[in-house]
Design a protein around this ligand. Structure first.
Ligand SMILES: [Zn+2]
Ligand SMILES: [Zn+2]
Length: 300
């Protein structure tokens, strides 16, 4: 993917978002101009210039060519081309959140042969062993040892990064989602991060800074500061998102994310268009340009 020089204007992005809650919601009810307007209004309120939607791949019937997990079979109802057409009729960027399923690379590539602006790559399930973020299919029931689980998860993420199928590796350390509800690894976390950071460095995939973790039991941004530091050292670029599933989650916790980026010395973030990426100075434009604002309490 090409990285081209950008402009001097500061930007905020929110690329990884969903127009409806997980599990429920008819496309006809949520893929509407009215609903998009709510998201656009929230973005404006938070000073977010670049807004895109990335629906879960498994909500489309076409995903069953990639994997046939019972959860996917229950969820795969909508038509992916109707989704693309709808998003292109709005001012939103067109993305998709696509799970990585090892062994299905070719079928994933086929499905992604559409005119997306970006593809967010995710590891939610470790195959038949279960999901890291869904208690209904809890992977901890099959891999009870935290070090074994963390090392398996980060090896999957590394493979995702190396596959070349995705523009962004999303919620990079999602395995920590349950926080203190699950035992932590004995080994230094950086030992577990290493394979993924190496794959990020080799592949050049963008690393998502996701404020979604702040809304989860772990109450932390994805990824951890230590992980982000390793990425900076490895020369990685970052993409900023909230993983919102409702308008009031757009730009959620962005002051914390901006503080993190600033403290890491990261001054530019990725902006995507038709799967080309460029780097733009990160921050709120307009009156407080150049500041990492801490006045978000004025918002929702
Ligand atoms: Zn996700
Ligand atoms: Zn998501």
């Amino acid at each position: 993917m090409a990285v081209v020089p950008g402009s001097l204007d500061r930007v905020l992005t929110d690329y990884h978002l969903h127009l409806r809650p997980d599990d429920t919601g008819e496309a006809g009810e949520y893929f509407t101009e009215e609903n998009v307007d709510h998201y656009l209004a929230a973005a404006e309120e938070h000073g977010i210039d670049e807004l895109g939607v990335s629906e879960h791949v498994y909500r489309f019937t076409e995903s069953l060519e990639i994997w046939r997990h019972p959860y996917w079979e229950g969820q795969a109802i909508d038509d992916i081309d109707a989704y693309c057409e709808f998003v292109r009729s709005t001012s939103l960027r067109l993305g998709i959140e696509c799970d990585f399923v090892p062994g299905s690379e070719e079928r994933i590539a086929n499905l992604l042969q559409r005119d997306f602006d970006y593809v967010v790559g995710s590891t939610h399930f470790l195959g038949e062993q279960g999901a890291v973020d869904d208690r209904r299919f809890d992977v901890w029931e099959n891999i009870g040892d935290p070090d074994a689980l963390w090392s398996t998860y980060f090896r999957w993420q590394a493979e995702l990064a190396r596959s070349g199928l995705f523009d962004i590796v999303s919620h990079p350390d999602l395995v920590k989602i349950w926080g203190r509800d699950r035992p932590g690894p004995q080994r230094d976390l950086r030992f577990h991060y290493e394979p993924l950071v190496e794959a990020i460095s080799e592949s050049g995939i963008a690393v998502e800074i996701s404020t979604a973790g702040l809304r989860k039991p772990v109450e932390e941004i994805y990824p951890s500061r230590a992980f982000a530091e390793m990425c900076v050292e490895a020369g990685a670029d970052f993409a900023l998102s909230s993983d919102a599933h409702a308008p009031d989650q757009v730009g959620y916790g962005y002051d914390r994310a901006l503080e993190l980026l600033s403290s890491l010395g990261v001054e530019r973030i990725c902006v995507f268009e038709r799967r080309e990426r460029r780097l733009e100075p990160v921050g709120r434009g307009g009156a407080d340009a150049g500041q990492v604002s801490s006045s978000e309490e004025a918002g929702a």
